[in-house]
Design a protein around this ligand. Structure first.
Ligand code: FES
Length: 114
């Protein structure tokens, strides 16, 4: 069985879509990039209290609707200010057409998980 918690079926996240889930009390944005890959990021922007899942997916980045910083879906790093700190990227696995996210496994260890 996959690690973490099942959050949804893979079909529930369309290409270049982001959805917010709360897993173990942590808000997580589950995102499908333009290449079809799935990613899980901390949902709160590292700049201000804005939900990243309300933003726009562009290629392999999620753009914050607050002030336009776009976070890389693999590294969690913003491309331009005003955000300067990465957001956490969590382990995500697909098993039997379900998406599982493990918030206890942060893939970019330098990121803040708050
Ligand atoms: S709140 Fe996200 S860039 Fe400002």
């Amino acid at each position: 069985m996959a690690a973490g918690q099942r959050v949804c079926a893979t079909a529930e996240i369309g290409t270049e879509e982001a959805r917010r889930f709360t897993i173990d009390g942590i808000d997580v944005a589950v995102v499908r990039a333009s290449d079809g890959s799935l990613h899980a990021l901390a949902d709160t922007c590292s700049h201000e209290e804005v939900s990243l899942s309300d933003g726009f997916v562009e290629g392999c980045a999620l753009e914050c609707i607050g002030h336009g910083s776009a976070f890389d879906l693999v590294t969690g790093a913003p491309n331009v200010p005003p955000a300067t700190e990465p957001v956490a990227v969590y382990a995500l696995t697909v098993e039997e057409d379900s998406v599982w996210v493990d918030t206890s496994t942060v893939l970019n260890q330098t990121a803040s998980t708050s």
